[in-house]
Design a protein. Structure first.
Length: 97
């Protein structure tokens, strides 16, 4: 679990470095203290704080529960690392900055 969390943070840091106008926050959206934890990643514009996208995922499995990021869609078993890579590639091809 720690390894995937480190990977997620590294990808988000890389994304912010490549897209200087974007920033991110990650928070625990839910935990039942019995092994189910859901984190939420919010991508936002650094200056205006406008929310650009939100991802929620199970920390234990890495499976994405919700993706609200422009035209990106997820498959039922999409992992958060794959989803973040898709987001990075999407921004490279659309140059929204």
């Amino acid at each position: 679990m720690l390894n995937i969390q480190s990977t997620i943070r590294n990808l988000l840091d890389k994304f912010s470095a490549d897209n200087e106008n974007f920033s991110w926050e990650m928070s625990c959206a839910y935990s039942d203290a019995m092994g189910t934890t859901i984190n939420q990643i919010t991508i936002f514009h650094r200056d205006s704080k406008t929310i650009i996208g939100i991802f929620t995922y199970h920390v234990e499995t890495g499976n994405v529960l919700c993706c609200m990021y422009d035209k990106l869609t997820k498959t039922p078993t999409e992992g958060i690392v794959d989803m973040l890579l898709d987001m990075m590639n999407y921004e490279k091809s659309n140059e929204r900055n």
